[in-house]
Design a protein around this ligand. Structure first.
Ligand SMILES: [Zn+2]
Length: 102
């Protein structure tokens, strides 16, 4: 058993530092698309949110996602992201629970 440093990232909505795997990454691609990146490997500017819809809503409300991505996220993109967020939330929670032994 080797001790590993857990990489911490900050949720852009609630400003809490969390282990990276507990956060959902939203990325702005070089093509100016804003999407959820569950793999965490897409290129572009990323922002992290807790895997909770409440944090997503907060980020939408106070535009912290726009600021983090340095990009104005259009309302329809927020709508799309909100839907994606809800659909990935279950998968995300399941993945977290599986993640015991890597
Ligand atoms: Zn949060």
């Amino acid at each position: 058993m080797k001790a590993r440093k857990v990489p911490l990232r900050k949720c852009v909505a609630c400003q809490q530092m969390m282990p990276k795997k507990e956060l959902i990454r939203v990325v702005k691609t070089p093509d100016d698309e804003v999407l959820i990146d569950l793999s965490g490997k897409k290129s572009g500017r990323g922002a992290y949110l807790c895997g909770k819809v409440s944090c997503f809503k907060l980020a939408q409300k106070n535009k912290s996602l726009d600021r983090a991505l340095k990009h104005q996220v259009k309302p329809e993109i927020y709508e799309q992201l909100a839907q994606d967020f809800i659909s990935v939330e279950d998968e995300f929670i399941a993945a977290k629970e599986r993640d015991g032994d890597e």
